[in-house]
Structures are given as structure tokens and as C-alpha cells.
Design a protein around this ligand. Structure first.
Ligand code: AMP
Ligand code: ZN
Ligand code: FE
Ligand code: FE
Length: 286
């Protein structure tokens, strides 16, 4: 029995609606599904409503980008009420920061004689938040780069020719906000923090100090050995363990939705401890 607690919809840089994600989840016989769009919860109500209608265990989620020194850190928040009064106001600077950053990327690409306009980016992004993956898609379509990862390596990754910074909250504030809303805070794909496990360990210990609740141990690019090392850390610090595919749709073929047949199956046994932690977080609020 598998779960998938890390997916994106077209409200950020995924290519499917939340309803379609639920349908895929049913088809793949998942025991639990969360939507974790970047810096937005626009799709969460649809996921929750449709999931409940069809009897799939669905969990509210969000993936917030932040930085810790030179490291890009993605924090997953789970189990909060998407209608929490403070939430939209809190997300607004992140969304405005994305819009400003996207304009800088367009300017930088134009300075490099790559003719991509803001209208092109908006057209490809349809709904919600726009991110670098949309630029990567355009660069591939225009034949500027050979593939999606080359778009990052040559232009969009931190420090490359078309990279531009954007507003982020400090990681302590991200975790505190998730807690204020009654959610739990999980470190997404720890394997992308740094290739060196010692550095990852130090960063995780720093994040625990800021209130981190758990680790996304099960992630497609994590090796068995890395998962084992993360499990040891989780045990030592009594952290929750989660897993997910980071499904975005057809643009990311290396990250298909979890299924029983493709060899990547975060266990449904992870679900109950997560739900318990969410319930006790919410009980603490009153
Ligand atoms: P953004 O949220 O706009 O900063 O874009 C970040 C997203 O781009 C991440 O969530 C990844 O899905 C993707 N991404 C970041 N770096 C790379 C990379 N080197 N290769 C492929 N995808 C990447
Ligand atoms: Zn994404
Ligand atoms: Fe991420
Ligand atoms: Fe993600």
C-alpha cells in the first residue's frame, strides 16, 4: 500500500488540476494523497472536496521555498486549514516576489538575445504561481536548450546567466507559520540540500532547532543508503517520516506519481503518525 504526499498541480508548476490528481491517485490505488504546490494553496480546497467525495484520504499541503545560508530549503506544510485567515496575507509577499523575479528573468534572457516575453511565460503558466520550470519549458520549446535540466544548468540555476533572486521568509518564520496554522513542517527532498551527508545532518539539526517536525525520507532521487541515513536521523531526533514523488505531470518524466508498479512506494504506514501529529498540533491550538 502506497501514499504520495508530494505533488504539484497547475496552480503552481504542475500540469494537472487537483481533481485530476485525485483521479490518478484512485487509479494508482493510493492510500493517501497530498497537494503541495509552491507558495500557494489555491488548489487545496478542490483537492479536499473531490478527495472526500470519492473516498480518497487527502491532506492539505504546501511547499514553501526558503534559504538557509547558501542552501535552498523547501519546507512542506501539511494538515492546516487552507482558509486560515492569516494565510493569504502571509503568502502574498512570496507571490509578489515570484512576479518580480520572473520579470528579472525575462530581462536577463532578452539581454542574452533570447526572445521570451512575459506574455509567453503567462501563456504557458495558465493558472496560479509561475516558476523557473515554466521558463525551462519555454527554453526547450524554442530549441534554446536540449532539455529541461539543461535549461537550469545553462540559464536558470542559482548563479547562472538568467538567474535572479526572489523574496523568501527565513526558515524559522516558515516553520512557525505552518505551526500557527495547525500544520506540521517537513523538510522536502533533503537529498537536494547538499551531496555531503555531514552537511545535510548539520542543516537538519539546525532546522530541528527551528521546530522542524519531520523528513521526506522517501523521494525518487534518494539512494537506499541515503534513506537509511535519514531514517537514523529521524529516529535519533524523533522526527516524522514522509514520502512523495514530486509529481508535476508530463514535463518531469523522472517523477511519475507513486504507483504499486513503478518501484517507488512510500508506505501507507507513514500516514497515521503524520495524521496523529497534525491532530495533536491542532489540539494544542485551543
Ligand atoms: P522556482 O520555484 O521558480 O524557484 O523553481 C524551483 C523548481 O525548479 C524546483 O521545485 C524544481 O522543481 C525545479 N528545479 C530547480 N533546480 C532544478 C534543476 N537543476 N534541474 C531541474 N529542475 C530544477
Ligand atoms: Zn515544482
Ligand atoms: Fe521542492
Ligand atoms: Fe515539489
Amino acid at each position: 500500500m502506497c501514499i504520495d504526499l508530494h505533488t504539484h498541480s497547475l496552480y503552481s508548476d504542475g500540469s494537472h488540476t487537483p481533481q485530476e490528481l485525485v483521479e490518478f491517485g484512485l487509479r494508482n490505488r493510493l492510500q493517501g494523497l497530498a497537494l503541495t504546490d509552491h507558495d500557494t494553496v489555491e488548489g487545496v480546497a478542490e483537492l479536499l472536496q473531490y478527495g472526500r467525495e470519492v473516498g480518497l484520504a487527502v491532506i492539505s499541503g504546501v511547499e514553501i521555498s526558503t534559504t538557509l545560508r547558501r542552501h535552498t530549503v523547501h519546507i512542506l506544510g501539511y494538515g492546516f486549514d487552507p482558509a486560515w485567515p492569516e494565510l493569504d496575507t502571509w503568502l502574498h509577499p512570496l507571490q509578489k516576489g515570484r512576479a518580480k523575479r520572473n520579470e528579472s528573468i525575462v530581462t536577463k534572457l532578452q539581454d542574452l538575445d533570447i526572445d521570451i516575453s512575459m506574455q509567453d511565460v503567462e501563456a504557458i503558466s495558465s493558472e496560479g504561481q509561475t516558476g523557473r520550470p515554466h521558463f525551462a519549458q519555454l527554453l526547450v520549446e524554442r530549441g534554446v536548450v536540449a532539455n529541461f535540466s539543461a535549461a537550469f544548468e545553462q540559464y536558470l540555476a542559482r548563479g547562472k546567466a538568467a538567474w535572479a533572486p526572489r523574496f523568501t521568509y527565513p526558515v524559522s518564520e516558515v516553520i512557525a507559520m505552518i505551526h500557527r496554522m495547525g500544520g506540521v513542517a517537513i523538510l522536502a527532498h533533503p537529498g537536494t540540500l547538499d551531496p555531503d551527508i555531514r552537511i545535510v545532518t548539520t542543516l537538519i539539526e539546525e532546522l530541528i532547532h527551528h521546530g522542524l517536525d519531520g523528513l521526506e525520507v522517501y523521494y525518487p532521487s534518494h539512494s537506499k543508503q541515503f534513506r537509511r541515513q535519514l531514517m537514523e536521523l529521524a529516529k535519533r531526533h524523533q522526527l516524522l517520516v514522509t514520502g512523495g514523488s514530486d509529481f508535476h505531470g508530463a514535463t518531469r518524466p523522472s517523477h511519475p506519481l507513486v504507483s504499486h508498479t513503478n518501484g517507488f512506494c512510500p508506505s501507507a504506514a507513514l500516514l497515521q503518525p503524520l495524521l496523529n501529529a497534525i491532530a495533536s498540533r491542532q489540539a494544542d491550538q485551543y
